[in-house]
Design a protein around this ligand. Structure first.
Ligand code: FMN
Length: 173
């Protein structure tokens, strides 16, 4: 699968089989994640890898009214440490979210390549997650990613990609 094929295949999966994710596949995903670029190469991310029933229940409670996440056997919570993220000298902009977004997509693409479904979730109670997992004060949970086999492999192709055209997203000079 080339990059274009992978980008076309990745989509938000919202129906999961409870079948566990093999350790080998999780290892592959984490290796791809680890290689993500970051501002100044500060690598400010921390990944919560959640497979236990107790940990998954905490995440169920943190995500707003989304029953569909419950069967997912694995979650990676992408967190960033504000004490380790790059701040742009010109204006102080904290690049934690940029770095977190990049590693999140590395995770999703690697999982997709392995036949696993993902969905980046940001609509959740971040302070609740920080407290439930005893995160240090400078560490912010940015996105929750359920990972698991789609309930039906056809889900990868079930929804058309609705995207703006290239002409709409570029400023040409
Ligand atoms: C930063 C970000 C936050 C998102 N938050 C949520 C969310 O809270 N709940 C959800 O169901 N989907 C969420 N999504 C998934 C988007 O709705 C989805 O990526 C978008 O509609 C495009 O669809 P596709 O992923 O199937 O290509 C999020 C995606 C991104 C990139």
């Amino acid at each position: 699968m080339n990059t274009l094929e992978l980008a076309r295949k990745r989509c938000s999966i919202r129906q999961y089989s409870p079948a566990p994710v093999e350790g080998e596949k999780l290892g592959y995903i984490l290796e791809v994640a680890r290689l993500a670029p970051s501002a100044c190469n500060y690598q400010p991310w921390r990944l919560l890898v959640v497979v236990s029933q107790d940990g998954r229940k905490k995440l169920h409670d943190a995500v707003y009214a989304r029953e569909w996440i419950k069967p997912a056997p694995l979650f990676i919570v992408v967190c960033g440490d504000h004490a380790r993220s790059w701040k742009r000298p010109a204006d102080g902009k904290d690049h934690l979210d940029v770095d977190a977004g990049i590693i999140a997509e590395h995770i999703c693409l690697a999982a997709t390549e392995q036949g696993l479904g993902t969905c980046i979730i940001c609509h959740f109670d971040a302070p609740f997650v920080a407290g439930a997992f005893n995160l240090p004060g400078t560490v912010e949970p940015v996105a929750i990613i359920p990972i698991g086999y789609p309930a039906d492999p056809g889900l990868f192709a079930a929804t058309a990609k609705i995207r703006k055209s290239v002409e709409e997203i570029i400023f040409a000079f």
